[in-house]
Write a protein of this length. Structure first.
Length: 256
């Protein structure tokens, strides 16, 4: 009979094992899944899950499965932002921004929003200020639409049907049919676009940064005021964005 782990250290280990399992799972796990995977008694699993949920590290879906919570996602962003490759990442961004002549940055999916966690600006007196940590909508930004376009049709439909597609500008897409048509086109090109849909007078485009499994991990974007560049002007720089995205993917591979 296996001796139960009762030390404080083992309790911390169990918590970390639960967080690791939920974060790396290919599908949402149930408490029973965790109990079997980690060889933790069901009462202990339920007690630890309850505490982690109360603290915001995990959350329970409507089906009773477990997902990363807001605090865990914030921890993940913090780890990425403070990784040993931070200097290289910022160097790539700065070099890209210099070549394009406009602000470039990285955003990651965060629930039903995209979150900016790094960027490099140029020295133009006219700037569109979107600071690190800002959250932006999925349905009207280049990065958000790019992320949605990579999802399965079923998952995309479930998400989009529950989004409040209200207009932020005259160009904002605010009906499901038009949004799905735009996402289908982005899925074909692999380039997200925002033609003054999020902020009046701003255009943007984005390309995916993929992890070792080929899944979208983050988005590399650039945006500009239309007084300097049109959307077509920005799209000319797509090859530079894609090249930089490959450099970021190499950094991610080195982190693994």
């Amino acid at each position: 009979m296996t001796k139960a782990r009762t030390t404080k250290g083992s309790s911390i280990t169990r918590v970390l094992e639960i967080i690791e399992a939920i974060s790396n799972a290919q599908r949402p796990l149930s408490p029973l899944d965790l109990s079997l995977m980690l060889d933790i008694p069901k009462p202990s699993v339920h007690r630890l899950i309850q505490q982690l949920e109360e603290d915001g590290y995990i959350e329970t879906s409507l089906r009773g499965t477990l997902l990363p919570g807001n605090r865990l996602e914030q921890v993940a962003v913090g780890v990425i932002n403070n990784s040993r490759h931070k200097v290289e990442r910022q160097a790539i961004l700065s070099h890209l921004a210099d070549k394009i002549g406009e602000t470039c940055g990285i955003s990651i999916p965060d629930g039903i929003q995209m979150r900016y966690y790094d960027r490099a600006q140029t020295n133009w007196p006219l700037q569109i200020h979107l600071p690190t940590g800002s959250s932006t909508p999925l349905w009207c930004t280049a990065s958000g639409k790019l992320y949605l376009s990579t999802l399965s049709k079923a998952k995309r439909t479930r998400i989009c049907e529950n989004l409040n597609l209200h207009k932020l500008t005259r160009n904002t897409i605010d009906d499901q049919a038009s949004l799905n048509k735009a996402l289908d086109q982005i899925a074909l090109t692999g380039v997200g676009v925002d033609d003054q849909e999020f902020i009046e007078g701003m255009v943007a485009c984005a390309v995916p940064i993929r992890n070792s499994k080929g899944e979208l991990f983050a988005c590399l974007f650039t945006h500009a005021p239309v007084l300097r560049k049109s959307l077509q002007d920005l799209l000319i720089f797509t090859p530079l964005l894609q090249q930089a995205a490959q450099e970021f993917e190499a950094l991610i591979a080195n982190e693994d």
